[in-house]
Design a protein around this ligand. Structure first.
Ligand code: P6P
Length: 352
């Protein structure tokens, strides 16, 4: 009689299914200090906002109030989608109940939203883009939410949130939620970049990958080449270079989070340089570029304006825009080398 192997559940599978986001945050901080508990609770609220947003997106074509425009413009002068409004409200609602966040600064709101009942105790500010890439929604393509957590400094009596006008190096944590074929949450507390996949059957974000490192180089260059006519010659020269050299491939989804996620995992570079219409760039510094710059540096990559590390840029206003070049160190450096060459050419013209 053969003795069948005793049935056993692979330990890895159980351990993985039990590595939820909140457990991982506490592991990350290797402590159960008050700050660790705060950050775990904050990440849990962000996860809840992500679940609520993912649920609504998954029903977009089946219910009213999800697809289409809200009929208003945001502070950026962009037409607001109904999902922009919904997701913005979701983040406010989940943090109202948290007691931890005193202020929320969003792409969708001209001024920060204060939660007075939280302010004496809650010393954190959430900066976020509730739905990045909302033009993709009606075509059922990927969109994302981007967030960063900052400490509130002072009491902000003026309500101008001047303490937010500090470099990205003041971020305590940053991440994004990618609403794609699956919903993925990626975050860092400054101790590596970690990714979680939402298991709808559990209602939990389960650890997928830890300590993600972006390759030093990748084949992908991600840029909207429809802006070619608006670019500085240096960016045109870079584009001609990748067109003429083997080993490059263009990928552009129209949603920063999806393009960034691909580059984080596979390597390459995303760029949204200044244009004739938007010389300062299109993407926002505080709640799009700086959080992703925090992540890419944690993953061994780089983020630049073309001439300065994104994390060193000090915003002068809440909704400040910036050119963004972000991804593998070698690929970001290649774009910067074209920009530096262009600057040299301009200086030579002045001198001759
Ligand atoms: P364009 C979406 O509106 C967004 O802010 C980013 O998510 C995206 O990368 C970019 O703008 C797309 O802009 O001008 O290429 O359509």
């Amino acid at each position: 009689m053969t003795h069948a192997e005793p049935f056993s559940i692979p330990e890895r599978a159980l351990d993985r299914d039990c590595t939820t986001l909140s457990r991982h945050v506490l592991q990350q901080l290797q402590s159960f200090s008050a700050e660790a508990q705060d950050l775990s609770a904050l990440m849990n609220r962000i996860a809840l906002a992500g679940k609520l947003t993912a649920r609504r997106l998954s029903r977009a074509g089946l219910m009213e109030g999800v697809l289409g425009f809200a009929g208003t413009e945001n502070v950026q002068g962009e037409s607001v989608k109904k999902m922009d409004v919904y997701a913005n409200e979701v983040f406010i609602s989940v943090f109202k109940q948290s007691g931890l966040v005193c202020r929320l600064a969003s792409e969708e709101m001209e001024k920060p939203y204060y939660i007075p009942e939280n302010c004496p105790i809650g010393r954190y500010t959430l900066v976020y883009d509730p739905i990045d890439g909302s033009s993709n929604i009606d075509a059922n393509l990927n969109v994302g939410s981007i967030f960063a957590i900052r400490q509130q400094e002072g009491n902000d009596e003026s309500g101008e949130a001047l303490d937010l006008l500090q470099s990205g190096r003041k971020q305590l944590a940053a991440g994004y939620i990618l609403y794609g074929p699956s919903t993925v949450l990626v975050y860092s507390l400054g101790n590596g970049v970690h990714a979680f996949t939402l298991d709808p059957s559990l209602g939990e974000f389960i650890l997928w990958q830890e300590n993600i490192q972006v390759p030093k180089h990748g084949a992908v260059y991600s840029v909207n080449e429809g802006n070619f006519w608006q670019w500085d010659d240096s960016i045109r020269d870079y584009t001609r270079y990748v067109h003429r050299h083997e080993g490059y491939t263009g990928r552009y989804s129209g949603a920063l989070v999806g393009d960034f996620h691909r580059i984080l995992l596979q390597g390459g570079v995303f760029l949204y340089p200044g244009t004739v219409k938007k010389p300062e760039g299109k993407l926002r510094l505080l709640y799009e570029s700086a959080p992703l710059a925090y992540l890419i540096e944690q993953a061994g990559g780089r983020a630049s304006t073309g001439t300065q590390n994104i994390l060193d840029v000090v915003p002068k206003k809440l909704h400040q825009r910036t050119p963004l070049i972000i991804g593998s160190t070698e690929d970001v450096a290649l774009v910067e080398s074209f920009i530096q060459e262009g600057t040299r050419r301009e200086q030579d013209k002045v001198l001759t």
